[in-house]
Design a protein around this ligand. Structure first.
Ligand code: ARG
Length: 588
């Protein structure tokens, strides 16, 4: 089933074609001036220039063709040649009835399934996942859900940082603290203890110290780099220690993801590509794609058309170590071989943009990736504190995710008390609702922003039950659930949707926008389109709810029609919120 916009675009495009113009001039958009019409078509203006004709005349010719179509209730020409379009109420009702009868609410799957790999979240082990990784996690998960729904074959991969210098820093820090541990013996043992020598809190506590020491003291940094190199060369004690670090971190991370209701198909961290980095860099050297420069192996990637300098990609340091870029190139090599994807999406902080454009170029230039493999860096802005600087704890450190969730949960609880929400329910149910409110507040506050903009982390605002917030959306959706429950108790049946009136027309038009919203969001990777839609839906539903008293309406056919509208609203809410990773409680 095509969306309303697609259907009327088709009608107008055919009319343009009949007049001898290109089909594409018939694009119809939502109106900027709802007082004049629900939709508008600006094609006559666009075509007039090249056709050397008066745009109003062209618009009139188009109207002469489409004018009798029962789809429309009103068509008019405005100003220099804009066409304003309003739909007939019968057409709107028919469309809503077909949405009602469609299990996918009018959203078609893509024609030919495509395989898309989504690389997201990807924190570095040893460091706890903090708010900086939150955006990648929320955005990436929303893409994973959206693309799945649209019929893509989605593979999600948490490309954790588990192999670089930070690991060397941790090894040397631990050695400084407990030099007698067996892992540091020069003479390698046959086996090492199964029990980790430290706890996850000790590990998390160690990293900031190690990092500080290495930034302040050059020799400490050198030592950390040496330890990293020994690890990468396979020193047994270090490998055993590294495995402990990975296990501890991954266990803690999985708990965080579990809280957020997020999962991955794969967890192939940087370490997974160690062997491939060796063979790949050798191959690139031998076939001339990479060259030695000052002892390092680099790959020049400048192209003639470049306006500015694009630095070569460094693959092997003069000391022999691999880099972040080496592992990303090897990762592409592996992904192509193992999955043969159509698309690879990287949901990573915008500050890594140059890195990705270099890696993509290198992958295509060397033939690691086919020229038509779609690889895209999906960047995003930062989360700031009230001072406009990247969000930190009061003490100035990075906020750990579970502390953050605890903070938001507490605020959600306060807000629920204030608004007298869920107060009469059992403690267990209250707890479950609070959790859902907390997740809705966090995810919606993040995803509603244009992903390239920075935003201010304001827990107070995120947790409100009014305004453009997750809790407000949940509240609206729960309200529908409650109406449907009461209607069910009173044996009120759902029925055909009747042609709209003033109180339902906008709501019905909003309901019909869903397929376009999802498709557009997937084209430009903007989940904020979905967030805007959800908010619009809530606003329009609440207006309808205030004007139409469903449960007490005396006219049966009208009552059943309204109930059906409620049901579609709920189904659309459930779908779009689930695409944002948000769950709706049954009651509040
Ligand atoms: N671990 C990196 C970081 O925290 C992000 C990795 C993103 N994915 C990738 N394939 N480079 O900055």
């Amino acid at each position: 089933m095509a969306s309303i916009q697609a259907q009327i675009t088709d009608i107008f495009s055919s009319a343009f074609q009949k007049c001898g113009f290109a089909y594409s001039f018939g694009i119809v958009k939502e109106s900027q001036r709802p007082d004049l019409g629900q939709f508008q078509c600006n094609g006559a203006l666009a075509v007039a220039k090249s056709a050397k004709k008066n745009p109003r005349d062209i618009a009139q010719n188009i109207l002469n063709i489409v004018g009798d179509d029962p789809t429309f209730s009103n068509l008019s020409i405005e100003g220099p040649g804009f066409i304003n379009i309003s739909l007939s109420d019968q057409y709107i009702a028919d469309h809503c009835n077909s949405i009602k009868n469609d299990s996918r609410l009018g959203c078609k799957k893509i024609d030919k399934s495509q395989k898309v790999i989504i690389d997201f979240s990807s924190p570095n082990i040893a460091k706890p996942m903090h708010v900086g990784h939150l955006r990648s996690t929320f955005l990436g998960d929303s893409f994973q859900r959206l693309f799945n729904f649209l019929g893509y074959n989605v593979i999600s991969d948490n490309h954790i940082g588990d192999w670089g210098t930070p690991i060397g820093m941790l090894i040397t820090e631990l050695k400084r603290r407990c030099p007698d541990l067996i892992y540091f013996d020069e003479k390698e043992a046959d086996s090492y203890p199964e029990k980790p020598p430290i706890t996850i809190s000790e590990l998390e506590e160690m990293y900031p110290h190690a990092n500080k020491r290495c930034t302040e003291d050059e020799s400490a940094m050198e030592e950390a780099i040496k330890a990293t190199e020994s690890l990468q060369r396979g020193r047994k004690g270090y490998i055993a220690l590294w495995q402990h670090f990975v296990n501890l971190s991954v266990t803690a991370l999985k708990m965080d993801y579990n809280e957020l209701n997020i999962s991955f198909d794969y967890w192939l961290g940087e370490s997974f590509y160690e062997d491939r980095m060796k063979t790949l860099t050798e191959k690139l050297k031998n076939n001339g794609n990479a060259i030695i420069s000052d002892g390092a192996l680099i790959m020049p990637i400048m192209e003639k058309s470049d306006q500015e300098e694009i630095p070569p990609l460094m693959l092997v340091k003069s000391g022999g170590g691999f880099l972040y870029s080496t592992s990303d190139l090897a990762t592409i090599d592996y992904r192509v071989e193992k999955f043969n994807p159509d698309k690879i999406l990287y949901v990573v902080d915008q500050r890594q943009h140059l890195h990705f454009s270099q890696v993509f170029r290198a992958a295509k230039k060397s033939g690691i990736a086919r020229s038509d493999l779609f690889m895209k860096h999906i960047g995003f802005g930062t989360i700031n504190g009230p001072d406009g600087k990247p969000f930190k704890t009061r003490a100035g450190g990075v906020m750990k995710l579970n502390d953050l969730i605890a903070l938001v949960t507490k605020k959600a609880e306060e807000r629920m008390k204030e608004a007298n929400i869920a107060q009469d329910l059992s403690k267990d149910e209250q707890k479950d609702i609070t959790k859902k409110v907390c997740i809705a507040a966090l995810k919606y506050a993040d995803l509603m922003n244009h992903r390239m903009s920075d935003y201010i982390f304001d827990i107070d605002k995120f947790c409100r039950f009014e305004g453009k917030t997750g809790p407000y959306l949940l509240y609206s959706a729960v309200r529908i659930k409650s109406i449907l429950r009461k209607a069910n108790e009173q044996n009120i049946p759902e029925g055909d949707i009747l042609p709209p009136t003033k109180s339902t027309r906008t709501l019905m038009l909003v309901l019909s926008q869903l397929p376009d919203v999802l498709y557009n969001a997937s084209e430009v990777f903007y989940p904020n389109y979905i967030c805007d839609f959800a908010f619009n839906l809530a606003q329009e539903f609440n207006r309808f709810y205030n004007e139409c008293h469903i449960l007490s309406e005396g006219k049966e056919s009208l009552q059943s029609s309204w109930l059906s509208l409620c049901k579609i609203c709920l189904r659309e809410f459930e779908l779009v919120l689930s695409l944002l990773g948000i769950e709706i409680p049954d009651r509040m």
